[in-house]
Ligand binder design. Structure first.
Ligand code: MN
Length: 733
């Protein structure tokens, strides 16, 4: 085990010659085709001839050591050859074709992937982290080994970072901490992750780093003695119980100690759980036996026991974790696992290529790393980098919780996951039809946050469809992208439907059927021009308001004249369209339909929404989109199939009518006070109805023009302050 008990830079295992490298490979792969590796070295050395690293060494020392780092994970020969050749295509005359001809498609593909990643311009702002990882995943393509070579490349650059300018050191170290270390963590390659974190820490916060190194080394003697004591006690007890085991004890790595110090805002002396012990045994059963012995010897700390054997992490990690109060009343972390689990804990996904002659990865392992493949496919669905950041962030960085299906299967989620995340993890159809959820037998809201050990049951209905609000409740990329793609598809469908109705109606007015013009050369040319591939996409463009029906008619039926009967009264649609366009010229539209501002809308008379009201929209036959208040009872009766997303744009320059009802004492002078209040608030009275009730109260209904709900609330509040006024409310009709 690597000893964290020293400055990281002292741990480098520098490789000087190709013989060093092949010797290492022979240690774990005695039958391997070493000739291929030697050839790769020769070709790489030749290609890089004359290039010098900043350290003054010949360039070949870099690829040679990248290959050496790959042997630390005992990777297969294809990967190691790719490590030797990884910079040739980018920096030398060598071409991918030459590599392919010489070493075969696998090596060529790996070199190609690494070259592509090298060409990515990573953004150095923290906010662009998702974009960076997205690019990396795209470049990776199908073979995860591309990323392993790339990380090895980065690790060697980090090991030799002292030759760079301070500025570059900080930038590269930050990038390493942001992208490469989390990736290692996700791939389960713990040894690399630890080294990358400590190296980044050293260059990013040199003062804190060297301070900590010093403090840790000061207590070295004391600590080693303590570790020996604990190991002896544990060993004796395991022996007595007939358990053969290997026990390791070490301080945690610097960066993890530093994170603890900053998180708890304490100094090194105050941190007690800096030591971690590991008990490696032969079988799963022995793991639990060993745990029993540890807990009978030392008091376990409540809440710290975790069973990652029964519930493996997504990256395949398995182990028992516990924390105990040790012999000197100190907190100690203990991990118990089999030797095989340990191999995977240290090398993660790389462990699966061990000794494999033909490269590639077995199916079972591949299944376990499906999340990576998923990331690639989600990338294809989500085109916006920021959106992608949101979606992968949780998957990559958040801590995990484990919950149960009704059948007792375990599922893993990032912390903060909800029943919606769970439902989509089960199946897209389950997610799409979710109406509710039971957690541990109790009904919970869909935004309920799942906790470790919860048992979840999803309630579905065949008529349910995903709701936009769900995006606010779910955090996994899978759920997010499934919901988004469903909503987008629905909106497209509605826009297409709307566009078809509009176009058919407008064409009818000029006496032509749409399907008559929807053929021929002119038509083909036109739809290509507007970027549509068929008639339904043209409908969609009209539905979204990107093209007006007038334009379509002008192009497809230039000679068309309105049919006499209908020409007298201008069609409602035509008028609304013109008005909408005119309004757009004068002021911004105040409603967005499916994210578009240039679509025609009308306001329902039943509820008369004004900016600020929660609203919903419906496609009404031939009349564009009707906007209701979300709470309108009439809206509830409308067919849900016609629903479409609408929202206020927020640029409220439009003027809307609404009514305000005032009940007052029937006293003289009140009307004047009321009208002054309206004027002072910049509200115009368009009309007023005034009557007196039998019990001598005055009831006024003012028809006013307003900007938004805020203005209405203010004027209502002001009216209520007037002495003699009993009640003020906004009324819809
Ligand atoms: Mn390189």
């Amino acid at each position: 085990m690597a000893d964290a008990n020293q400055d990281v830079s002292e741990k480098f295992k520098h490789i000087k010659t190709i013989e060093d490298l092949t010797a290492r490979i022979r240690e774990y792969h005695p039958q391997g085709d070493i000739k291929m590796i030697e050839r790769a070295y020769q070709i790489s050395e030749n290609a890089h001839k004359g290039q010098i690293r900043r350290s003054g060494e010949a360039y070949i020392s870099h690829p040679l050591n990248v290959a050496g780092i790959l042997t630390e994970l005992k990777l297969d020969l294809v990967t190691i050859a790719a490590g030797l050749l990884h910079d040739t295509v980018e920096d030398t005359h060598l071409t991918l074709e030459q590599i392919k001809a010489d070493f075969g498609p696998d090596v060529a593909e790996l070199v190609d992937g690494v070259t592509k990643i090298s060409q990515i311009k990573f953004s150095n702002t923290h906010a662009k982290q998702g974009e960076n990882i997205r690019k990396m995943i795209v470049a990776m393509g199908k073979d995860i080994r591309v990323v392993l070579v790339k990380i090895a490349d980065r690790l060697h650059n980090m090991r030799t970072l002292n030759h760079m300018s301070f500025e570059k050191q900080a930038r590269i170290a930050q990038e390493t901490l942001d992208i490469y270390a989390p990736l290692c963590s996700r791939l389960g390659v713990n040894t690399w992750k630890i080294e990358l974190e400590d190296l980044s820490f050293r260059y990013l916060k040199p003062d804190a780093y060297y301070d900590l190194v010093q403090k840790v080394s000061k207590k070295k003697k004391e600590r080693e003695k303590y570790i020996e004591e604990v190991k002896t006690i544990l060993n004796q007890n395991m022996k007595q119980a007939g358990i053969t085991c290997e026990i390791q004890g070490r301080p945690k790595h610097f960066y993890s100690i530093y994170k603890k110090m900053t998180a708890r805002n304490i100094d090194y002396d105050q941190i007690y759980d800096v030591l971690a012990f590991r008990i490696l045994v032969d079988s799963v059963a022995k793991c639990y036996e060993a745990l029993g012995i540890v807990h009978s010897l030392y008091k376990p700390i409540p809440g710290r026991f975790k069973d990652f054997i029964a519930m493996a992490k997504t990256n395949n990690y398995q182990s028992l974790h516990t924390a105990i109060i040790g012999p000197m009343a100190e907190q100690i972390e203990i991990q118990i696992r089999t030797h095989e689990m340990h191999l995977i804990a240290e090398r993660g996904i790389a462990a699966h290529w061990k000794y494999k002659e033909k490269g590639g990865i077995d199916q079972q392992t591949e299944k376990k790393f499906n999340w990576l493949r998923d990331l690639v496919s989600w990338h294809q669905q989500v085109h916006d980098s920021d959106e992608f950041l949101e979606t992968v962030k949780n998957d990559l960085f958040d801590s995990e919780i484990y919950v149960f299906t009704p059948k007792g299967e375990v599922r893993e989620f990032p912390e903060g996951a909800t029943p919606i995340d769970f439902a989509y993890a089960v199946h897209t159809d389950v997610g799409n039809r979710t109406v509710g959820a039971k957690v541990n037998g109790k009904i919970v809201p869909l935004k309920h946050k799942l906790r470790n050990g919860d048992r979840i049951e999803i309630l579905t209905s065949p008529t349910q469809t995903p709701h936009k609000d769900w995006l606010k409740y779910c955090i996994t990329s899978r759920a997010q992208s499934k919901i988004r793609s469903f909503i987008t598809a629905e909106e497209r469908k509605r826009a297409t439907h709307l566009g078809q109705e509009i176009l058919e109606k407008e064409f009818r007015k000029v006496g032509i059927a749409v399907n008559k013009v929807a053929k021929g050369l002119d038509y083909e040319k036109y739809i290509k021009e507007v970027g549509a591939s068929d008639i339904s996409e043209l409908y969609m463009l009209v539905g979204y308001g990107k093209i007006t029906p007038d334009k379509v008619i002008q192009r497809l039926a230039p000679d068309a004249k309105p049919v006499a009967a209908e020409s007298e009264k201008e069609s409602f649609l035509g008028k609304v369209f013109k008005e909408a366009l005119n309004r757009k010229k004068k002021s911004d539209a105040i409603i967005k339909v499916s994210g578009q501002t240039d679509i025609l809308v009308r306001y329902a008379r039943c509820c008369n929404p004004i900016p600020g009201d929660p609203i919903i929209g419906f496609i009404s036959r031939g009349r564009g989109v009707t906007v209701h208040q979300a709470s309108c009872t009439k809206a509830f009766q409308i067919d849900g199939q016609r629903k479409i997303d609408v929202e206020w744009t927020g640029t409220s320059s439009g003027i809307r009518h609404t009514k305000i009802k005032v009940v007052s004492q029937d006293a003289p002078g009140l009307l004047k006070l009321m009208s002054e209040t309206f004027t002072n608030n910049g509200v115009n009275i368009a009309n007023a109805q005034i009557r007196t009730t039998k019990d001598n109260k005055g009831v006024c209904i003012f028809d006013v023009t307003v900007k938004d709900t805020k203005q209405v609330l203010k004027v209502i509040a002001d009216l209520q302050k007037i002495k003699g006024i009993l009640d003020v409310e906004r009324v819809n009709a």
